[in-house]
Design a protein around this ligand. Structure first.
Ligand SMILES: C[S@@+](CC[C@H](N)C(=O)[O-])C[C@H]1O[C@@H](n2cnc3c(N)ncnc32)[C@H](O)[C@@H]1O
Length: 213
């Protein structure tokens, strides 16, 4: 059974600070979903990132594929602040908007690409978020959502737990894993959504949902 972790994102300033250090390390190791997103066939254009946190995933994509504009939709004001600071480091004019992916503050068909990493397990109603992704995507647009998966073997969990830095993030990793979906749970949810043609795959520690509108 999933154990819900939060439905209001990462709000606490200290956790946000520790998460920024953690996310920077994930970026440097190439473990933040960027390679999987590119391999899934996303093309860039006007790109929306859901739950960008410190922003590294979308910002790295601006260096690797042809991104015309980058918009982040984030529920936590403290994370928005960090993402804006990091975007300045990348020298990319990203725009970060306070909002929830269950009710995105965007017009229909505003984006060519929608991505998200590590956020899905925090979404209060993923089905609603999937409908919103479909709504804000242009025809022919692509999406790729990567996240942890709960059905990972315990040995891998222990390995990743001990490798997680900073140490303050280890408890968060456990609660995120407990809140994450299994491959079959997410496949079933997608079947009832407007993203029913999505391809779901799993890897060492996570899952990847990708498709085209
Ligand atoms: C575990 S962090 C991942 C951050 C980043 N994507 C990464 O890979 O480093 C999850 C992020 O999703 C945000 N979030 C959670 N629920 C959200 C929602 N309903 N709408 C928008 N953002 C949300 C959290 O505040 C947090 O910044």
């Amino acid at each position: 059974m999933r154990i819900i972790e939060t439905d209001e994102g990462i709000q606490d300033e200290l956790t946000v600070e520790a998460f920024d250090i953690f996310a920077r390390e994930m970026r440097d190791k190439g473990w933040n979903g960027v390679n999987e997103m590119i391999a899934s066939g996303i093309k860039g254009g006007d790109l929306l990132e859901l739950g960008p946190g410190p922003g590294y995933v979308g910002l790295e994509l601006t260096k690797k594929i042809c991104v015309t504009s980058l918009t982040g939709c984030e529920i936590s004001p403290a994370m928005l602040h960090v993402a804006k600071k990091n975007a300045a480091e990348y020298n990319f004019p990203a725009s970060y908007v306070l909002g929830s992916c269950m009710k995105m503050p965007f017009e229909n068909e505003s984006f060519d690409t929608v991505i998200s990493n590590g956020s899905l397990h925090e979404w209060e109603n993923p089905l609603q978020a999937f409908q919103e992704i479909n709504r804000v995507l242009r025809h022919g647009g692509r999406y790729c959502i990567t996240d942890l998966r709960r059905d990972v073997n315990p040995l891998k969990k222990a390995l990743v737990y001990h490798a997680t830095r900073p140490k303050e993030m280890r408890q968060g990793l456990v609660s995120s894993l407990n809140a994450a979906y299994t491959l079959s749970e997410i496949t079933e949810l997608l079947r009832h959504s407007e993203l029913s043609n999505a391809v779901v795959s799993s890897d060492f520690f996570g899952l990847c949902i990708a498709g085209k509108k």
